[in-house]
Structures are given as C-alpha cells and as structure tokens.
Design a protein around this ligand. Structure first.
Ligand SMILES: NC(=O)c1ccc[n+]([C@@H]2O[C@H](COP(=O)([O-])OP(=O)(O)OC[C@H]3O[C@@H](n4cnc5c(N)ncnc54)[C@H](O)[C@@H]3O)[C@@H](O)[C@H]2O)c1
Length: 342
C-alpha cells in the first residue's frame, strides 16, 4: 500500500492517524481530503513533510472530485464525518448529507475503481448498555459489552447516520464485492480534539477560568481509548484485516463522566467539586463498552496507552502548551452551550 486517501484528515482522529502514518510508515503517500468545516483545521497537519502529505480541500460528497482522487490511490481510509451528537440534535441535515451521502459517494468511487476501502465508525451505532451496577454479571457476562454481533440500535441523529453509513458499506461488500473493512471504536481522547467535546471542553474551561460543566448526574459511562491506539488499530485492519469483516476497537477504558471530571480537576490542581451540573443531553446514552477480543486475537493488536491517568495528564499538557490552537474559539463554543443551559 503506497498511496492512501485519508478523508477528514484535518479533524481530530483523522489528523492523529496521518501523524501516525508519517511516523511509522514514511514510504506511504497520504492525500488528505477534508472540507475544513468548523471541526477541520489545517494546523492539525502543520509540520508534516509536504513531500509525503498533501491536503485537498473538498467535500466527500463531490463525486467528480472523489472519482479523480480515488483513481490515483491504493486505498481510502474514511474518517470524515459530522461528529458531534449535540449538534445533530439541533440540525440533523449536515449529518445525513456528510455521513450518508458522503459515504455513498466514496464507496461508489471505490467500487468503480476497485480500490480498498476502510470505514471508520463508532460504537454508538449499537445504542447503549445498562450500567454495570444494574447487570447480574456486573458487565462481564454475555451481551454486556458490544461485539460485532450486537444488533444496531442508534439513539441520536449522529449515531443513526453513522449506522446508516455502516450498513451501506456492508451492502456494497455483499452486492458489489467492495474490498472493504469496518471498524467501530469507542470514545477517543488525545491532542487536536475540538473543544466542543467533553474532555477538551473541561480542560480548556479550567485554563480559561470557567467552571467545568457536567451533564446530568455524570453516571454515564464511556470506554476511553487514546487516539494513538485507535490509529494503530486502523492501520492493522487496513493492512491485515479480512475483507467484509467488522472489528471493534477498544482499550478496556470504562470511566463514568463524573470520575473523568474529578480526575481532570485533580490533575489540574483544582478542588474535586469545582464544577457545575448542567442540563443533560436528551436521549443521552448510558454506557458504552467494547469487547475487542476479535481484533486482538485475529490481528494481534493491543493498545499501548492503557494508563488513563497518564494519557489524560499528557492531553492536559497538550492543551496548556497549545493555547493558540483553541483559544480563539472558546467563547463561541461556550456561548453555544449556554443557549441550552449546558
Ligand atoms: N471522536 C470519537 O471519540 C470517535 C469515536 C469513534 C469513531 N469516531 C469516528 O471517527 C471519525 C472522526 O471523528 P473525529 O472525532 O475526528 O471528528 P472531527 O469532527 O474532529 O473531524 C471530522 C473531520 O471531517 C471533516 N469533514 C466534515 N464533513 C466533511 C465533508 N463533507 N467532506 C470532507 N470533509 C469533511 C471536517 O472538516 C473534520 O476535519 C468520524 O467518522 C467519527 O464518527 C469518532
């Protein structure tokens, strides 16, 4: 695999993947296709070698552009999406347009040009699980974590459009023999994450002298994975995965939101109750948990960043050291949340 297209490569997880490829696979040419929406940022690719990484600013739903680019590549790794649940509740249309029509445009181009395609998706397509305390096996029994056999049951416009895009890919594999794999990953954290998202929002609140904000009672559980581990998993699937298969990516990082908030405050030398409870997200999923046995056993992958405390401390340091990257947007992001009492 000598040439790849990374869609959404100027966003959070896509840009971390591009950094990963540059570091570990200098022989691979990367074309980033990104529309540079509010969530995309050229600065995420700053410092990468120009002879290895090229940015094309464009829309994944632009069939002509996509076709031209796909003809020149060995593989497409598809990260581009509208990705924020709260935004999808206010205006679902861009989610339908980018996540569904955009994915359709890419897989059609890959099908016509016989190009390998990897589809990056989320565990949110499976809906949510009960809290461990409410389960007889306390979360370790059959059906108490997501596997690739779990039925789809998405809750929000965001997760339903991601689910729709996964189903398109599955159908294109079966009907047209599209050379595709799918991955569904749990919640990512790390550098370059937009400050609208939970962890960077709280970190940048503390750095801006604003009290952090917790949705509801904070009992909701997310299964955290460092974005570098997501990148190594996607690379393993792209290069060793079996066509037509779905792999779940997770690092056994379950934490409830209240604990994450308290850990951020502790690591930033704040009292552990120095935050406000705000309106919960409507339809807020209770718990996500990934069983990544298939990926670990079949593709010999394992996560490296398994100490959440250390990973979070590194992430806090990144936001402290890169104020220029986020500071200009902070006021507008908080004003947007304030409109909903959040
Ligand atoms: N954030 C998570 O925790 C998480 C977890 C699992 C899976 N995912 C998936 O990973 C992918 C990346 O998520 P993220 O958090 O980095 O998102 P992000 O919002 O930070 O980045 C999305 C990128 O896609 C670009 N984009 C949006 N619409 C586009 C379009 N029509 N054409 C071209 N580019 C477009 C944006 O400019 C941006 O650079 C998404 O598919 C998401 O569903 C995210």
């Amino acid at each position: 695999m000598k040439k790849i297209i990374v869609t959404g490569g100027a966003g959070f997880i896509g840009s971390n993947f591009v950094h990963y490829v540059v570091k570990h696979h200098p022989e691979v040419q990367v074309t980033v296709l990104d529309k540079l929406t509010y969530a995309g940022n050229r600065a995420n690719l700053a410092g990468l070698p120009e002879e290895q990484v090229k940015l094309v600013v464009g829309d994944i739903a632009d069939a002509k552009l996509v076709n031209e680019l796909v003809q020149e590549t060995d593989a497409v790794v598809h990260y581009a999406a509208e990705s924020h649940n709260d935004n999808s509740l206010k205006d679902p249309f861009p989610f339908v347009q980018t996540n569904i029509i955009g994915t359709y445009t890419l897989i059609e181009a890959c099908r016509k040009n016989d190009v390998r395609y990897h589809h990056v998706s989320t565990d949110e397509v499976y809906g949510d699980l009960p809290l461990r305390e409410d389960l007889p096996g306390h979360g370790e029994g059959e059906g108490e974590k997501f596997t690739d056999q779990t039925p789809y049951n998405p809750s929000s416009p965001y997760s339903s459009t991601k689910a729709g895009s996964d189903l398109l890919v599955k159908a294109w594999v079966r009907s047209f023999n599209l050379q595709a794999t799918i991955s569904n990953c749990s919640n990512n954290y790390g550098p370059y994450q937009h400050i609208e998202k939970f962890i960077p929002r709280q970190i940048t609140n503390v750095l801006s002298g604003i009290r952090p904000k917790l949705y509801g009672d904070g009992k909701n559980v997310r299964d955290w994975i460092h974005t570098n581990d997501h990148s190594s998993a996607v690379w393993a699937i792209l290069t060793k995965g079996k066509i037509g298969e779905t792999y779940l990516i997770g690092a056994d990082g379950e934490e409830d939101n209240k604990s994450v908030m308290e850990l951020i405050l502790e690591l930033m030398d704040q009292p552990n109750d120095a935050y406000d409870h705000v309106n919960d997200r409507p339809g807020h999923d209770l718990r996500y948990a990934i069983d990544s046995t298939k990926l670990r056993q079949e593709l010999d992958w394992k996560p490296e960043f398994t100490n959440f405390r250390d990973g979070l401390a590194d992430t806090i340091r990144w936001y402290k050291d890169n104020r220029d990257w986020w500071e200009a947007e902070k006021q507008a992001v908080e004003a947007n949340y304030a409109k909903n009492g959040q």
